[in-house]
Design a protein around this ligand. Structure first.
Ligand code: PHE
Length: 363
């Protein structure tokens, strides 16, 4: 391959080694030069070994010379190696010019779950009406979930069949999974001063499962507390909401008397719709769909939150978020919402790049 080094004279060794390094035009050739000079049985290593046999005076002269030689050759090899590697990279880049017109690799994007999409739409609509978002814990106590909301002690919702209870703690208290978002009303009234205008989105739990019920589902609670609030405010607020959410200007609504322990009077709100084949047309028609529960905050609830019902009034509403998503986007089975089937999510999910600016889901 390269020159065989024949001399023990450092100057001669240096000239020969530098010439060999200079001549090496591949990394393999350079490695061969390294082995022949600095390797175990290389020429420079061989003269280094003779140091031991020299008399001290000679060693004093030759020692530094040989060490300098070794350093110089090592550096020359390193430099040449970098140069050869750079050249190889340059050559490779020149050979494989980038074609910027080629399509990029396929990127797998996720989709936004219909429930998340509808939460985003609801939050935006109510934010535009001046509502702030409040939150409360999923694990509640009897006081916030029932007692302060004016549930009588023997109310059926407290029954084991509806409510998921935890085992009793040391004090005999049994925590539960909140059955609705209404406890956030209590938490808000106890911690903040009226006037209040909040929505509380969140998970809720009931022991129930069929095509339109799942043990975990989502609600959005609304609460307004102010002076002189009446049913007209409740009605106007909810009608504005329905128009914005379903993106229809004309929508027929109906308030049916109902009973909730925490509102008086109470109502369920229905919206008119008609069916065009498989498609629901929301707005008008001779059929009615129930979409939420609502009412004027019961005086006992205000009192439980240390508010005087003679000074403060309010209205509240609670809607099923998953149900609204089913209605708006024509999704037939609620259980599929929580199966996490990727194919379902691809089909019914929303592009993360098109999050609502108010409700744009239908367009
Ligand atoms: N909490 C009620 C439910 O879960 C809904 C509701 C909320 C009704 C607020 C009236 C006022 O059914």
């Amino acid at each position: 391959m390269t020159t065989v080094m024949t001399t023990a004279d450092p100057e001669q060794l240096k000239t020969e080694a530098l010439a060999a390094i200079d001549a090496a035009d591949t990394l393999d050739a350079l490695e061969a030069v390294r082995v022949e000079t600095l390797g175990k049985s290389g020429s420079i290593s061989a003269v280094m070994k003779t140091l031991g046999k020299m008399d001290p005076d000679e060693r004093k002269v030759m020692g530094p010379k040989l060490n300098a030689l070794k350093t110089e050759i090592t550096e020359a090899i390193t430099q040449k190696k970098t140069a050869l590697e750079d050249a190889a990279l340059e050559a490779e880049l020149a050979a494989k010019a980038l074609d910027l017109s080629l399509p990029g690799p396929d990127v797998r994007t996720g989709t936004v779950h219909p429930t998340s999409q509808v939460f985003a739409e609801l939050t935006e609509i109510f934010a535009n009406m001046g509502f702030a978002v409040a939150e409360g814990p999923d694990i509640e106590d009897d006081f916030h979930n029932f007692t302060a909301l004016n549930f009588p002690p023997d109310h059926p919702a407290r029954d084991h069949h509806d409510t998921f209870f935890f085992s009793a703690d040391d004090q005999g208290e049994r925590k539960l999974l909140r059955t609705h978002t209404s406890p956030v009303q209590i938490r808000t009234m106890l911690s903040e001063k009226p006037p209040l205008r909040i929505i509380a989105p969140g998970r809720t739990y009931r022991c129930d499962s069929d095509q339109t019920h799942t043990p975990m589902f989502h609600q959005l609670e609304g609460l307004v507390i102010d002076k002189g609030v009446h049913m007209g405010h409740l009605k106007g607020c909810l009608m504005d909401f329905v128009k914005a959410f379903f993106e229809v200007d004309d929508v027929e609504v109906r308030f049916r008397p109902h009973h909730f322990p925490f509102t008086e009077p109470s109502a369920e709100m229905d919206i008119g719709y008609s069916r065009d084949g498989q498609v629901l047309k929301i707005g008008t028609g001779d059929s009615w769909l129930e979409i939420l529960g609502c009412g004027m905050v019961h005086p006992n609830v205000l009192k439980a939150c240390n508010l005087d019902p003679n000074d403060w009034q309010g209205f509240a509403f609670g809607l099923g978020v998953d149900r609204l998503a089913m209605l708006k986007y024509g999704i037939p089975d609620l259980r599929a919402f929580f199966d996490n089937d990727q194919r379902w999510l691809k089909h019914y999910g929303f592009s993360p790049l098109h999050q609502p600016s108010t409700a744009t889901g239908l367009s």
